[in-house]
Design a protein around this ligand. Structure first.
Ligand SMILES: *[C@@H]1O[C@H](CO)[C@@H](O)[C@H](O)[C@H]1NC(C)=O
Ligand SMILES: *[C@@H]1O[C@H](CO)[C@@H](O)[C@H](O)[C@H]1NC(C)=O
Length: 412
């Protein structure tokens, strides 16, 4: 009974507003897309087909798409950040994302995923119902640094990676971020986003904006902005192996750190600096008022929310709910601090569907840790499927249930 109640609650809230989204693709728009593609996709020195069939172009580092941005006309390429980064390299990373060893881009070039017309159309659709925190259908569960104790110059942590079941038009992300005056944001982590990639795999991604996604910013390299410097790991890369609830755990180190001299914001994945967002892209990112760690989900209004993280609520078992461990922040130019409890707020806008817990310092192995996630609007089905899976293993996926059942349940 309780389960049904929770499920209905999630649906009702998402159902507040009905908007019909439609994009008509006229001939003129088609030409415009072709023009954009020619601008975005640069001549390549080498082209690589990954084992997943994605096409990656190796492009002259000085001629990459970022430099088309009007605000980066006089930008001077920064090849390395002016801060120390851990030199620990995890060999797992090679196996689970980025280019394989024999495929690295030649020196002086960087890997950039080719953008297709389908990508642009999908991106346009995505941006037309984009996520601000007031959008119905968008939910979050997060631990964020108290703004009054800033400013901040970086956040980091090790994030477990899952592959939650996400329907077409939904997305589910696990990320860290920095933001300033709400309008300027940088996000880094993994997500499942079928409308962006056309698949239900887990991808490493980043997103930025200077006006709260009104007119600027995008995912990955879908618009000029991010300057790629690494030859191996690129934004949008698919993750090969993910964690299994109660079983193996796959995690990666992620951080967003401001360069103390150039003030550019660097992204680091698996102890590798992959590139940066130039400070000139933003209206005000000399420092960040806020930073944090957690999950975000998106669903069209009226549809249930997808699962977040591993799909399970925090229970302090690090093989159950998705986690960030060893989290730290920078409030000066050198040292990293683990946030004490008074330094953070934990918040979810939908406690019946998603949870978040901050545990503080959990000792040497885990460090400052947190968990987040939950089943979303499929709570009832998760329970039902869990029981059914013992009898009918093939029925385990939520997507095997016809949509009609979803809506019928709501009426009850
Ligand atoms: C993650 O990064 C921290 C410092 O940046 C480092 O001490 C730690 O060894 C890294 N963990 C892994 C698994 O590479
Ligand atoms: C940074 O945060 C630490 C831990 O809360 C605190 O001890 C230190 O004074 C702060 N430094 C600055 C420059 O605010």
């Amino acid at each position: 009974m309780m389960n049904i109640f929770l499920f209905v609650l999630c649906l009702v809230i998402n159902n507040d507003i009905h908007i019909v989204h439609g994009i008509q693709n006229t001939l003129q728009e088609d030409l415009e897309l072709e023009r954009q593609l020619q601008l975005i996709n640069k001549p390549h020195i080498k082209s690589i087909r990954t084992k997943f069939g994605d096409i990656i172009d190796c492009i002259d580092i000085n001629k990459q798409p970022a430099f088309d941005h009007p605000l980066l006309k006089n930008h001077k390429l920064q090849r390395k950040p002016n801060f120390k980064t851990s030199s620990v390299k995890n060999s797992w990373a090679r196996l689970i994302f980025g280019l394989e060893k024999h495929q690295y881009c030649p020196t002086g070039t960087v890997p950039i995923q080719t953008i297709t017309k389908d990508d642009l159309i999908r991106d346009k659709l995505l941006n037309s119902h984009t996520s601000t925190q007031s959008t119905p259908g968008d939910h979050f569960a997060e631990v964020s640094l108290v703004p009054g104790l800033g400013p901040y110059y970086g956040v980091s942590g090790s994030l477990s990676i899952y592959n939650p079941k996400v329907e077409k038009d939904q997305s589910s992300a696990s990320v860290l971020w920095v933001r300033n005056e709400d309008a300027n944001r940088i996000v880094l982590g993994w997500h499942v986003n079928p409308s962006l990639y056309g698949d239900d795999a887990t991808h490493i991604y980043s997103r930025w904006t200077r006006d709260n996604y009104e007119k600027t910013g995008c995912f990955n390299m879908q618009c000029p902005g991010f300057v790629q410097t690494n030859k191996r790991i690129y934004l949008g890369t698919r993750v090969d192996i993910t964690s299994i609830y109660g079983g193996r755990t796959i995690e990666t180190n992620v951080s967003i750190t401001q360069d103390p001299i150039t003030k550019n914001w660097w992204l680091n994945i698996e102890n590798t600096n992959i590139g940066y967002f130039p400070i000139a892209l933003f209206s005000n990112m000399a420092s960040a008022q806020q930073g944090g760690w957690g999950g975000k989900t998106h669903a069209p209004p009226g549809a249930p929310s997808p699962p977040m993280g591993s799909g399970y609520f925090p229970d302090k078992s690090f093989i159950h709910a998705c986690y960030f461990r060893d989290v730290s922040f920078k409030n000066g130019s050198t040292q990293n601090y683990g946030p004490e409890e008074y330094h953070v707020n934990t918040e979810t806008d939908k406690p019946s569907c998603f949870g978040v817990k901050y545990y503080g310092n959990q000792g040497r192995q885990l460090g400052y840790s947190l968990q987040f996630g939950g089943p979303g609007g499929n709570y009832f089905f998760f329970q039902l499927n869990y029981v059914r899976s013992f009898f009918y293993p093939s029925l385990f996926h939520v997507s095997n249930f016809p949509k009609a059942i979803n809506y019928h349940m709501k009426v009850i």
